[in-house]
Structures are given as structure tokens and as C-alpha cells.
Design a protein around this ligand. Structure first.
Ligand code: MN
Length: 258
């Protein structure tokens, strides 16, 4: 075994490294992104029992489930957006698996979001983070800590008002900076999608999706426990289901952290 891998197992075993689960529970209660009614909306997660040690299957328990690709903690592939539709290897089954592992850069804007649920990450704020913690490396996951996942009531989580949902996100210049000038894997957020709640009104609509996926980058939505990570030093493992031609999938996201 390589020394690094042996050391990894040793430090996971003795507790110097630990695994943080960045995944929210997936159930029929999982909140969904409400799109304006003229668009097709995603169905809720549905699960039903096939057998439970009974006449339907005397020695085994199993379920079947139905879900949208973009439900709960999930991965966005480049093909998800029109801007990424013609890129190579843009579906979940074709993304090179080495891109499912990368270092985390956690930008904590929870104080800003506590004051303003429509807070948008600016390039100035990213620069400020880099002055403190160093340049965001190529191949990093930039995780936007907003503490939004602490809103456990689905109504507070979606925060739907008369003019649509109000949740934090990024300005398009931040997405462009991260994708083009930092070559990140993508952006991970605690909210229901990687754009702000009001982003359908932005130019272009859903600019983080537009810019990131148009640049071949990914998204992680519905993360939690980002408050358990340091600004740098953790590694994220995020491997979506190998759905042929899939635009994304629910997944288990974990971080390995000191
Ligand atoms: Mn999505």
C-alpha cells in the first residue's frame, strides 16, 4: 500500500482524521426547489416497501424509490444547464471519477446571511478569504457556509415569499472568477440549489448554473455540517450515481478533515 493511503487509514482509525457527513436526510419530506408554475417541477422523493421479512420476501427487506435527479443533497453535472449541453463528458456517468475528490475551501458568510437571507457572495469577499487563507487551488470545491441547513422547518428552508424564494447565493462575477480564474471543481451550498432564491430574476437567470456548468464545472446543493470544517484542510468526496445520461443525482457527500 502507498504510504499516504496507509497513513490515511491509520489516522482515520486513531481519530486524528475524521469523516464529516455533509449530507441531509433524503425522505418524502425533503424540501424541493419551487420553480415558477409555467415550468415543470420536480416530484418529491417517494419510497415504498417491496418486502420486509414477510410473504412478499420472507428473509429480506428492501424498498424501491423514485426521485428527481436534483432532490435533497445532490450533484449538478454540466449538462444540467443549457450552457453546458455540448461539453464533453458532461453527464454524471461520463465525468472522470478523479473529479469526485478534491480539497475544500469553506467561505463562511453565515454572519452576512443572518442579516440578509438574499446575500450574494461577491468577488471582493472571495479575495478577502484568499488574503486570510491563501489562493483557492485548482480542483477545489468552494463550499459556501451560510448555516442555511440549520433551518430544519421546510418553510424556513425554502423561505418562499410572494415574489419567490429568498435564499443566499453568488453574483455571476463570483462564479466566473471561481470557474475561469481558479479552475475549481465547482461550488457547494447549503440551500436547495446553487443559485440564490431570487436568481430566476437575475441576468442571466440562475447565473451560477449558467457560468459554472457552461465552464464544465459542477455543483453540490443541500449540504450541511459545513460549520464542522475549517476554511481549508478538508477533502471532499462527492461521487454521483452513474445514471446514464444523467444531469445530476442525489448522493452522499463526505469530508475527511483533521
Ligand atoms: Mn441541481
Amino acid at each position: 500500500m502507498s504510504l499516504v493511503l496507509a497513513k490515511l487509514i491509520e489516522e482515520l482509525t486513531d481519530g486524528r482524521l475524521r469523516i464529516v457527513d455533509l449530507t441531509q436526510p433524503l425522505s418524502p419530506q425533503t424540501p424541493l426547489l419551487p420553480l415558477p408554475p409555467q415550468f415543470n417541477n420536480t416530484p418529491a422523493f417517494r419510497i415504498w416497501e417491496l418486502s420486509r421479512y414477510d410473504e412478499r420476501g420472507p428473509a429480506w427487506y428492501w424498498n424501491a424509490f423514485e426521485t428527481g435527479e436534483h432532490t435533497g443533497t445532490h450533484f449538478d453535472a454540466p449538462v444540467h444547464w443549457v450552457s453546458g449541453k455540448d461539453l464533453p463528458d458532461n453527464t454524471v456517468d461520463r465525468i472522470p471519477p478523479k473529479k469526485f475528490v478534491g480539497p475544500a475551501c469553506v467561505i463562511d458568510v453565515s454572519a452576512e446571511v443572518a442579516r440578509n437571507p438574499d446575500y450574494l457572495l461577491t468577488p471582493e469577499r472571495i479575495r478577502q478569504w484568499e488574503e486570510q487563507y491563501g489562493r483557492i487551488p485548482a480542483g477545489a470545491w468552494v463550499l459556501l457556509r451560510t448555516d442555511w441547513s440549520k433551518r430544519t422547518d421546510p418553510r424556513d428552508y425554502i423561505n418562499l415569499k410572494e415574489n419567490g424564494p429568498h435564499t443566499p447565493g453568488l453574483v455571476k462575477e463570483s462564479s466566473a472568477f471561481l470557474a475561469l480564474e481558479r479552475d475549481v471543481l465547482g461550488v457547494g451550498v447549503e440551500t436547495v440549489g446553487t443559485d440564490a432564491g431570487q436568481a430566476v430574476t437575475f441576468d442571466p437567470p440562475f447565473p451560477n448554473h449558467y457560468v459554472m456548468h457552461g465552464s464544465g464545472k459542477f455543483g453540490l446543493a443541500g449540504l450541511c455540517n459545513l460549520d464542522q470544517l475549517s476554511p481549508t484542510g478538508a477533502i471532499v468526496v462527492a461521487a454521483p450515481l452513474k445514471i446514464v445520461g444523467g444531469s445530476g443525482s442525489p448522493l452522499r457527500v463526505i469530508a475527511i478533515t483533521p
